[in-house]
Design a protein around this ligand. Structure first.
Ligand SMILES: Cc1cc2nc3c(=O)[nH]c(=O)nc-3n(C[C@H](O)[C@H](O)[C@H](O)COP(=O)(O)O)c2cc1C
Length: 101
């Protein structure tokens, strides 16, 4: 995590490409997405997709991570949702409804 260019190997790539919308979920580690998520984002082709990030964290916001994901993928990236441990199902429904999918 100290090296932003670290890309831990993953055992598989996505079997398909051409998704319209991709939800990418992760915990925040040291202020950003885990490096294995960077591997996923850079080894797969998200051309034409909209990426919607969502994360859990102790307190860190998601904002700069969304910008980083957009830079890594070149894909349109929403400002996603950061969740603490106490988010309700109702709050999640409001968020998903607001995405307009
Ligand atoms: C190595 C590590 C680094 C973390 N760094 C942060 C951080 O920078 N900011 C933050 O708010 N939470 C941080 N956390 C807390 C995690 O975001 C939190 O434990 C996680 O979102 C909860 O999901 P989990 O139950 O899958 O661990 C860190 C946790 C770990 C294990």
């Amino acid at each position: 995590m100290k090296d932003p260019n670290c890309r831990p190997a993953l055992s598989a790539k996505l079997a398909e490409t051409g998704y319209d919308t991709v939800f990418v979920g992760f915990p925040i580690w040291w202020g950003r997405e885990p490096s294995a998520v960077d591997t996923f984002l850079t080894e797969n082709d998200f051309t034409g997709a909209k990426i919607i990030p969502f994360c859990t964290s102790g307190e860190s916001p998601i904002g700069s991570t969304c910008k980083r994901i957009a830079e890594l993928t070149g894909a349109e990236t929403e400002t996603g949702l950061r969740m603490g441990g106490d988010i309700s199902e109702e709050e999640l429904k409001v968020w998903t409804a607001g995405l307009g999918l």
